[in-house]
Design a protein around this ligand. Structure first.
Ligand SMILES: [Zn+2]
Length: 100
């Protein structure tokens, strides 16, 4: 039951052996990237990939928009918990990639 932990900084390779940036890996890092908790090299790779890959940029836009929305709402004492959970769920499904 150890295959589904939330990993902070130990992702699998962002760039594959073939030199290709993997969209799934980029999307896994988008949240960390937004939180500015990712190392410079990875952030650079992600930023470059996002400027180059429309599906990933789309995901990034959603994640960042939500982040800002949540941040704005949280300036009071009420967190939009339902919204946040829903978004995290959607993003989780998008990036999970079940199956082989
Ligand atoms: Zn991509």
């Amino acid at each position: 039951m150890s295959g589904h932990v939330h990993e902070e900084h130990t992702f699998s390779a962002l760039v594959g052996a073939d030199g290709e940036v993997h969209c799934a890996e980029v999307l896994q890092r988008v949240h960390v990237f937004i939180d500015h908790e990712i190392d410079g090299a990875s952030a650079d790779t992600i930023r470059r990939h996002l400027s180059d890959c429309e599906p990933c940029l789309d995901q990034f836009d959603v994640a960042e928009a939500v982040k800002q929305l949540v941040h704005r709402c949280c300036s009071g004492e009420q967190a939009p918990d339902a919204l946040r959970r829903k978004v995290l769920q959607v993003l989780g499904e998008e990036t999970e990639g079940r199956g082989a």
